[in-house]
Design a protein around this ligand. Structure first.
Ligand SMILES: [Zn+2]
Length: 221
């Protein structure tokens, strides 16, 4: 079943509300040919509006859970390593605003900035759902509160080296993703594992937990 989606430019990842599909699913185990990597840590830096965090723990957990559902069959997993408040405003309009987030990025983790509004680079009033970004020698992901449930997973794909977008409906790295779970090709996943191993080797990421060896729990999505 397809999620709600519309065509968008390649400047950013689209905003939308995925179809809420009530379905109990089993998550496949990794192929025996794939040696799972240690789980990669994600720290969430959450924007605030009038002193209140714009998302709760359930929102964060749902994004992490979805990322694990997509990547787990390919030997990749993610663990929530921390959460803290974003010091800057939760509205990110310009590319300068995106750059400024680098000052709040932590070393050794995937920094996921959660903001109220993420503007398109060409039109800051036009909201997009997520963006992988590089500034000041750092890379991180930015996701809007009203993003798709797999937007974090998609942006992590860019963090793990995937450039551009697939035109295959249902592929995680496309604009036309499929709920309840989008897919990665083996070639995409293989390249992402290579990037993850490189980040672990260089220290850009530190090993989180041995989460990749466990299946995400059976759940209702
Ligand atoms: Zn993208």
């Amino acid at each position: 079943m397809r999620g709600l989606s519309v065509g968008r430019s390649s400047r950013g990842c689209l905003v939308g509300v995925g179809l809420a599909v009530l379905l109990v699913t089993c998550v496949p185990t990794p192929s025996s040919a794939v040696r799972p990597l240690p789980a990669l840590p994600i720290t969430f830096v959450v924007g605030r509006i009038e002193g209140r965090a714009i998302v709760d723990d359930a929102w964060i957990d749902a994004q992490v859970e979805m990322a694990n559902r997509v990547y787990h069959p390919h030997g990749l997993a993610f663990v929530r390593a921390g959460r803290r408040a974003l010091l800057r405003p939760a509205v990110v309009r310009s590319t300068a605003d995106r750059d400024a987030l680098a000052r709040e990025a932590e070393r050794g983790v995937i920094n996921a900035f959660v903001v109220e509004h993420l503007g398109d680079a060409a039109d800051p009033d036009d909201a997009i759902g997520g963006r992988h970004w590089r500034a000041r020698g750092r890379q991180y992901v930015i996701v809007a509160r009203e993003c798709w449930r797999d937007t974090l997973a998609h942006e992590i794909g860019h963090f793990l080296g995937h450039r551009g977008h697939s035109d295959v409906i249902g592929n995680l790295m496309s604009y036309l993703r499929v709920l309840p779970v989008s897919r990665l090709t083996d070639a995409q996943a293989s390249a992402m594992r290579r990037a993850a191993r490189r980040y672990l080797r260089t220290g850009e990421l530190r090993a989180g937990a041995r989460g990749a060896t466990r299946s995400p729990r059976r759940q209702i999505v």
